[in-house]
Design a binder for this molecule. Sequence first.
Ligand code: SAM
Length: 223
Amino acid sequence: MRIDVITLFPGMFTGPLTESILQRAQDEGHLELKFHDLREFGIGNYKQVDDSPYGGGAGMVLKPDVLVEAIERVSNEGKEGKEGKPWRIYLSPRGERLVQQKVEQIASDHEWLILLCGHYEGIDQRVIDGGWIDEEISIGDYVLTGGEIPAMVLIDAVARHIPGVLGKEESAAEESFSESLDRKKEYPHYTRPEEFRGLNVPEVLLNGHHAEIEKWRRQQIDN
Ligand code: SAM
């Protein structure tokens, strides 16, 4: 999968996406991430990207001409490629709440995503109304300073469902909210030592009886 991120702060993505499973996914070619600095699409000598809101009020609004130029330019970059048309997502507290089923759907339906990160007061509504955004997604009912952390959350969650990204031992099949657990929360896990500061591993997990272990785990699943 290819994911292009349009952001005023591309530097924020170094670290969270360049370690562990997500870095390996990029090294092995399962995931291609590209970051586009919105400032480069800014207008005039000062590369202006925002302006004060019509109607007054605090905060600045990202300008529609700058945003659409960035979305169109990035969309055109891949036209000749195998990815086809990008699915354009704006990370927004007003969007549809991101849940596991939504993550799985995005991973299975799309080869190429563009993620638009807002900042300050947000983006000019005409970018959405004019059809340059396919979907608005929120990572929860709270407000962050920008769309960068929500974009990282979405990338991480979606990447786990790209074939080849998780090794067999890290499979996403039996995790909290997965279909195989009826979308419920997973059972608890234990590892060595068998006794830790007076706390013991449940007996059933020690006896090697797979049917009983399975039954116990089913009972633990959150209702
Ligand atoms: N004025 C907006 C509102 O009240 O809904 C909040 C803007 S927020 C300070 C700036 C940017 O952060 C947004 O444009 C969006 O991209 C991002 N953002 C903040 N909270 C988010 C959330 N819960 N989910 C997704 N994106 C979020």
